[in-house]
Design a protein around this ligand. Sequence first.
Ligand SMILES: Cc1cc2nc3c(=O)[nH]c(=O)nc-3n(C[C@H](O)[C@H](O)[C@H](O)COP(=O)(O)O)c2cc1C
Length: 333
Amino acid sequence: MRASPAIPAAALKLSVAPMMDWTDTHCRVFHRLLAPNARLYSEMVHANAVIHGDRDRLLAMDSCEHPVALQLGGSEPALLAQAARIGVAHGFDEINLNCGCPSDRVQAGRFGACLMREPGLVAESVAAMVGAVDAPVTVKCRLGVDDDHDWRRFLAFIDTVADAGCRSFVIHARNAWLKGLSPKENREVPPLRYDWAYRLKQERPELQVVVNGGIADHDEALAHVSQVDGAMLGRAAYHDPYLLHRLDATLFGTPLRTRGELLRALRPHVDAQLARGVALKHIARHLLGLFHGQPGGRAFRQVLSEGAHKPGADWQLLDAALAVTGEARRIAA
Ligand SMILES: Cc1cc2nc3c(=O)[nH]c(=O)nc-3n(C[C@H](O)[C@H](O)[C@H](O)COP(=O)(O)O)c2cc1C
């Protein structure tokens, strides 16, 4: 059986989770600026959409984003293989299969977390993608579904998928409850059990294991990196993006820049997108948390959210938002 190439160890330490409606190309460009060494993930795109949909929009990606993974949804091996090929041809560095999403829509389509009950089908899908592309093919999954807390069943899922050629797993370290919980509740209610991700790494040291779920701050992320190959942050990275910058600095020695410096470094991207006709609101919405917890952070957010949707909004709005922060006031003093 052909094995997917391993991801270099350093490129696994820090990653930003795939998040529908959030981790689009503008968000990823911003995150790349903050964390030059993080691995970035797209929103989930269904294999059928990749094949038949508007690829320019669905697979939009900027060359500064590398390394960046395309996350696919689906469970038909031939379609996934075709979508993986298209994704890699578009420049994505990794193809990740979603085996963790619990939404009703996804269950109806027989993909996402319910695939944890079908390790054979996931293995077939992985084998088809590994056969189709030279890039790493990885899987993001939960610990189990509903009230199944059987370690051996979880390990058998991983082993079956690893035998099909997958070497890297992102473990969202809680179960998915497929009945009665919304996707949002499914990110909060089922208890986190990081010990299973750690145990997986101990029992299968040849596999690359990244832990995800509820990682809220810098020190927590570092503690995970000392146990497994990497930490993947979702909501904390989105709502407090400067956390990514601090983690990149700690893990990779990247020189620390201020929030204002980082924002100003985004200007070429913003100007280029505005020139292409992209409205500022599509970029600004990802920047709202940059001054999270800082003096003037709320005012920064307010200036952006009130102004970004207005016709003609441009870089001046970002300058105006920056001006109300404590950082700008400190520099001016
Ligand atoms: C708005 C939102 C959208 C998400 N969309 C996806 C998705 O497309 N694919 C996926 O595998 N997980 C998705 N997730 C789950 C995250 O990738 C992650 O597993 C989860 O939020 C737990 O990590 P966190 O506690 O660090 O946020 C989404 C989460 C959020 C908040």
